[in-house]
Ligand binder design. Structure first.
Ligand SMILES: Nc1ncnc2c1ncn2[C@@H]1O[C@H](COP(=O)(O)OP(=O)(O)OP(=O)(O)O)[C@@H](O)[C@H]1O
Ligand SMILES: Cc1ncc(CO)c(N)n1
Ligand SMILES: [Mg+2]
Length: 523
């Protein structure tokens, strides 16, 4: 029997290895971890090939796919299965394995002994670093995806080559000739028996174990057992958990992880994904898919957080000292500002305690979202992430914009304070959405802040490829003079004291909105 090399023989430095890669340029090349999944297609895309590709993408690993069968499948069950001819499966395998530097092969639905045979042949011709075998046999809905005809070739030839096998309790039982597996103790003894068939590691999954408040998987390395526990999540969206777990193990191995760490990360990934998507509704059947990217957004809130430059029109920036002085909560201040016509809100709470600020920020997100107004957080990226704000505003000495972007992802709003043309240019290059420019007039809100005046503002606007909001000492009496500079990308004014260092925020917001609307009409 040919060895696949196995994960234990990986060079420790493989991640930076570039020598074996062919390239037509002399530039350095970046090695990308690669998985090949050999599995069936699930038309509902919760399991099979589709799940495998999503998991790898979510884990930062490239995933090629060889399809063994096509299923007509949805959340109600499997309606029909069409096997691909073994020769054609072989052609796909050759195609990928002869070209790509596949690190790990992961198998799912292998529906006939002939298909297993062509897989074995190709693996002996093109060895890979690790083989993850998820012995898919029966769908959770009860449909047979691979019948008993595959059992002997699995036992005798595929399992001995596997670095890890990941049967659920039913599959473990089938591989062992029908033994009873209904307890964690029986899972342990099954793992031990399966290990004797030759795989280096065994993970018996307990997702379908009856009467268990925990979801327990049993891992066996030939010597030691590990029980991986997580609270069972009450959700209908468990379709594809098995494929997800195995693909995540493959992805982590491809990145260079050892087996136990890969399995632990994979279990946590399934757990977080299930938790995150426990309430989503896709399809009308008994078992729904979940969100591998942990990010299917409520379309309502998603739509509201898209940023338009005109949102900068009346930009309200909160200030904790002023709220304290006037004895109101941030939430009340924000409500009043929005009611008076504020078009975007920034929470700038320099002195707030983190825990308290987070709670207030969450309430403000709810208010802003229900009013279709974007909410930004000043400087505190952590708070913005934790409360799912629409974005952040950062200064020149805060975290760099490109790093903020990588932390917040592509859809969040990032604003940057800029006093100079160079800063405005840099903000645009780094991927900001707008800039705030000032102080236009002297202000008490920000100590030691250089005033750039209307001329400075004009300069920055001229250089900026991004929309601009003016800030610093602006109020009802001078807002018009600011807008009158007439630069087309100057979209509005940001105010602090003019709204919040006032007895009635609502009245001041209304007045300011009126002034701005009039000056817009005139210019
Ligand atoms: N409700 C749940 N809550 C938490 N973890 C779960 C739940 N259901 C399954 N899991 C976990 O998901 C992983 C897959 O286990 P499971 O036994 O469901 O595999 P499977 O039956 O092959 O999956 P499927 O056939 O639905 O793709 C395991 O780590 C298991 O512990
Ligand atoms: C194609 C396919 N592979 C695997 C599973 C197991 O979840 C499934 N339901 N469908
Ligand atoms: Mg299951």
């Amino acid at each position: 029997m040919q060895s696949l090399g196995g994960i234990r023989s990986w060079p420790a430095t493989w991640r930076t290895t570039t020598a074996s890669m062919t390239t037509t340029t002399t530039e350095s090349v970046r090695k990308v971890a690669q998985v090949l999944t050999v599995a069936g297609s699930d038309s509902g895309a919760g399991a099979g090939i589709q799940a495998d590709i999503k998991v790898c993408a979510a884990r930062g690993v490239y995933c090629a796919s060889v399809i063994t069968a096509v299923t007509a499948q949805n959340t109600r069950g499997v309606q029909s299965v069409h096997l691909l001819p073994p020769d054609f499966v072989s052609e796909q395998l050759k195609s990928v394995l002869s070209d790509f530097e596949v690190d790990v092969v992961k198998t799912g639905m292998l529906p006939s002994p002939e298909i297993v045979e062509v897989l074995l042949q190709n693996l002996s011709e093109y060895p890979v670093r690790a083989l993850v075998v998820d012995p898919v046999m029966v769908s959770t809905s009860g449909h047979v995806l691979a019948g008993s005809s595959i059992l002997s070739i699995f036992r005798e030839r595929l399992l001995p080559l596997a670095d890890i096998i990941t049967p659920n309790v039913k599959e473990a039982s089938a591989l062992l000739g029908g033994v009873r597996i209904q307890t964690v103790a029986e899972m342990r003894s099954a793992a031990k028996s399966l290990h004797q068939m030759g795989p280096r590691f065994v993970l018996v999954k307990g997702g379908d174990l009856p009467d268990s408040s925990d979801s327990v998987d049993v891992y066996f390395d030939g010597n030691e057992f590990h029980e991986l526990h997580s609270p069972r999540i009450a959700t209908r969206n468990t379709h594809g958990t098995g494929c997800t777990l195995a693909s995540c193990i493959a992805a982590e191995l491809a990145k260079g992880s050892n087996m136990l760490s890969a399995v632990k990360v994979a279990k946590r990934f399934v757990d977080s994904a299930l938790n995150y998507s426990k309430d989503i509704v896709i399809g009308s059947g008994m078992q729904g898919p979940f969100d591998h990217f942990l990010s299917l957004k409520d379309p309502q809130s998603y739509r509201q957080s898209t940023f338009k430059p005109d949102d900068l029109f009346l930009y309200a920036v909160t200030d904790s000292r002023m709220n304290k002085k006037w004895n109101r909560s941030i939430v009340d201040a924000v409500k009043a500002a929005i009611e008076g016509g504020a078009t975007i809100i920034q929470l700038r709470e320099k002195e707030a305690e983190t825990r308290e600020f987070l709670e207030e920020a969450k309430s403000c997100v709810d208010i802003c979202r229900s009013n279709g107004v974007c909410l930004l957080i000043n400087d505190r990226i952590d708070i913005a992430i934790a409360c799912d704000a629409d974005g952040v505003h950062v200064g020149q000495s805060d975290m760099p914009v490109d790093l903020v972007r990588s932390l917040l992802g592509p859809d969040k709003i990032i604003g940057v304070s800029c006093k100079t043309q160079e800063q405005a240019h840099q903000a645009w290059k780094d991927g900001a959405d707008y800039i705030g420019s000032g102080g236009v007039f002297p202000t008490n809100t920000k100590a030691n802040n250089r005033t750039i005046g209307l001329d400075g503002l004009r300069e920055v606007c001229k250089a900026s490829k991004l929309p601009v909001v003016a800030i610093g000492g602006i109020g009802i009496s001078n807002a018009e003079s600011v807008m009158r500079i007439g630069e087309p990308n100057l979209k509005g004014v940001a105010v602090v004291s003019a709204l919040f260092d006032q007895e009635c925020v609502l009245t001041q917001a209304k007045k300011l909105h009126k002034t701005l609307t009039e000056s817009k009409r005139e210019h």
